[in-house]
Structures are given as C-alpha cells and as structure tokens.
Design a protein around this ligand. Structure first.
Ligand SMILES: NC(=O)c1ccc[n+]([C@@H]2O[C@H](COP(=O)([O-])OP(=O)(O)OC[C@H]3O[C@@H](n4cnc5c(N)ncnc54)[C@H](OP(=O)(O)O)[C@@H]3O)[C@@H](O)[C@H]2O)c1
Length: 331
C-alpha cells in the first residue's frame, strides 16, 4: 500500500508518500480502506520527534483518526462486515491507504456525512466526551470555559456543551475566531490578545474549564473557578510546571485533573465508543452536532496540511482525503 511516512524528525516536508507493507487485521480487528484522515496537533508533535507512537502501531505513519470502508474482518469480529462505512479512533497509522483497528474503536459514518466529515470527529469527540463530561462531570446549567475555542477540540466542546445545556465561554486569539465560535454556538468569547480572561470572568466564575494551554493559565483558572469547580487538562502547550496555590484548591474544594487518550487501553476506548454511540450519535442525527471541517487536502499534500495547522490560522478541523496516488491496492 501507499502511506504518508515521517521520513525523519523535522519540518512538514519530511512527510513523504512511500510504499509500506499493508497491515493485517488481528482476530478482533478490522482492515479499513482509508478514504479520509483527520489531522491533529499531536501529528505535528510526532512529526517533530516529540511524541512517539505507542507500541502496536506504525512508528512512522501519523494519523489518530480515519474514515473509510471495512474491507476485511478478523475471525472474532462481530460488530462489522466488509462494506461497512466506519470512522475510527486510532493510536496512529491513519495517513495511509489501509489501517487496522480494534472493532470497538469504530463507529458508523453518520448518514449523509462524507468520509472527510466523518474522519474529522473521532479524536475530538472521544477527547471532549471523556474529559468534559465523564472526568469533569459538566452538568446542564453549569458554565464551561474552553481555552483554544477555535481548535478542533474547542468547536467540539462548544457543540457538546451547548447540546447538554451548559453555558459555553471560549478564549481565542482573534476576533475572526471569536465570531466563528459564536456561529458554532458559544455564548461568549474572550480575545486573549486584547482582554484578560481572568479579569472578565472573575466575578461570575465558571464551573468547568477545559485547558490545553497550561503555563500561567493555571493560576488564573484556579482563581475564576467557583467552589467545587473542575479544571481538566488535555495539554500544556505553554508549559507544564507552573506554580500552584494549594490553598486555593483546598478552600474552594477544586478538582484539577486531566488525561491523554492515545495511550489508553482498548477496554476504555471501547467503552467510550459505546457511550458516544448512545449519547453523541443521536445529537448528530438530530442535527445538533455538525462536522467542523475547515480545510481538505489530498494525502499527498500532507506537508501543506501541517503548515496550515502550525500557522494556527485554521478554525476547526483539517482533513486529508484519498487521492489517485494513494490508490494502489493492498500490496
Ligand atoms: N489529552 C488528549 O487526549 C488530547 C487529545 C486530543 C487533543 N489534545 C490537545 O488539544 C489541543 C487542541 O487540539 P487540536 O488538534 O484541536 O488543535 P488545533 O486545532 O491545532 O488548535 C490549537 C489552537 O490552540 C490555540 N493555542 C493557544 N495557545 C497555543 C499555543 N501555545 N500553541 C499552539 N496553539 C495554541 C490556537 O488558537 P488561537 O489562535 O486562538 O490561540 C490553536 O489554533 C492540542 O493541544 C492537542 O494536543 C489532547
């Protein structure tokens, strides 16, 4: 098969189309003919050599989510059959003509959605669902603050937060991004380049914060959380060792938590997928959750897709789609 391979750690141009052995599905795995793959910030870190793939997935093919058609099933697979259209959460290997994945990490492509749209949601929906709802326990009527509101993660958090009855405030780096977040349903935005989110939110407070910035945001986050508030980390792009005022945590009885999805065990991912099928897929069918695809590139333009992601100009998801050069057959 063909795959987009990280030929060495470096700039986006190290992503190159190469021949690669076609993976074989294990007993509880399906082989998917990939039609589209989502691009994530983590792919950029992996390409730079800062985020190695966990064991069991190709070390040099990025791609944490994909959509396509099941072409082969392991002998123990019961959920899918060849011809089924699925989107899947992967631990790597999505930028390829074929990928294998455990059957429980696949979900059906929603009716009427393109493969590009379906490939844009597994990573963000799994992440937001497990962190904002399962871990931080966001409830209807509460106030959620989402940092990086215009990211793929951010727009998913806006949509799910609103669908579940929360008020959603986001931080963004430009007015254009703020306006886009309002279109996606946010109740308010704070442009962190012109306003201090701590000063804006200190009086009213928030119940839950989803943060991927880290650094000096920690102290500000703790300050604006209401008593019993929950702060959940999914990254720390501006630093992971900020000082913490333990007394603020104690006196307001705060919870500071976080998680990484990629390295989690299969049983957890399978449980999450089943939960999302029950709770998120009905929102999709009801038109309350929509794909946020900002840009689509053919696989062979993966370097351009990574340049766009690193520019942070995008609002929502960047997706790679199959092109003729990727259609070579299995071997
Ligand atoms: N823990 C997990 O399991 C997990 C899973 C998935 C994603 N994540 C993390 O969630 C975050 C969002 O992922 P994504 O793929 O949706 O990202 P993305 O679309 O690339 O968005 C990241 C956005 O964050 C904002 N930002 C703020 N500070 C930044 C900084 N120091 N460097 C870069 N961007 C900064 C930028 O928007 P502004 O212009 O508004 O600043 C940027 O567009 C990433 O950090 C990713 O690693 C974690």
């Amino acid at each position: 098969m063909k795959a987009i391979v990280i030929t060495r750690a470096g700039e986006p141009e190290v992503l190159q189309l190469q021949d690669y052995p076609t993976p074989q599905p294990g007993p509880d795995e399906v082989l998917i003919a990939v039609k589209a793959a989502g691009v994530n910030r983590a792919d950029v870190s992996q390409r730079k050599g800062n985020y190695p793939a966990p064991p069991g997935v190709p070390a040099d093919i990025p791609g944490l989510e994909a959509a396509g058609e099941v072409v082969q099933c392991g002998e123990a697979v019961t959920m899918w059959k060849p011809g089924d259209k699925v989107c899947a959460l992967l631990a790597g290997g999505g930028y390829a003509e074929y990928v294998t994945v455990k059957e429980g990490q696949c979900l059906p492509v929603p009716d009427g959605w393109t493969f590009a749209e379906a490939a844009s949601i597994p990573e963000t929906v799994f992440t937001v669902w497990s962190n904002v709802f399962q871990r931080a326990g966001l409830k209807a009527g509460e106030r959620l603050l989402v940092h990086g509101g215009s990211s793929g993660i951010g727009i998913t958090a806006i949509q799910l937060g609103k669908a579940m009855g929360a008020t959603v405030v986001v931080t963004v780096g430009s007015e254009e991004k703020g306006n886009a977040c309002m279109q996606w349903g946010a109740d308010a935005y704070i442009n962190y380049k012109t306003q201090d989110f701590e000063a804006v939110l200190a009086d009213e407070g928030v119940d839950v914060i989803l943060d991927m910035v880290g650094g000096e945001y920690l102290g500000k986050n703790l300050h604006i959380l209401k008593p019993e508030g929950r702060l959940v980390y999914i990254n720390a792009m501006e630093g992971n060792t900020p000082p913490i005022n333990i007394f603020t945590v104690m006196t307001k009885r705060l919870t500071v938590t976080g998680s990484t999805l990629r390295s989690r065990e299969y049983s957890f991912k399978k449980m999450l997928a089943a939960d999302m099928l029950q709770k998120v897929w009905p929102l999709i069918h009801a038109g309350k959750f929509k794909p946020a695809v900002y840009a689509v590139f053919p696989f062979t333009q993966a370097p351009e897709a990574h340049h766009l992601m690193e520019s942070s100009r995008h609002i929502g998801k960047i997706v790679l789609v199959n092109d003729p050069e990727m259609n070579t057959g299995k071997d």
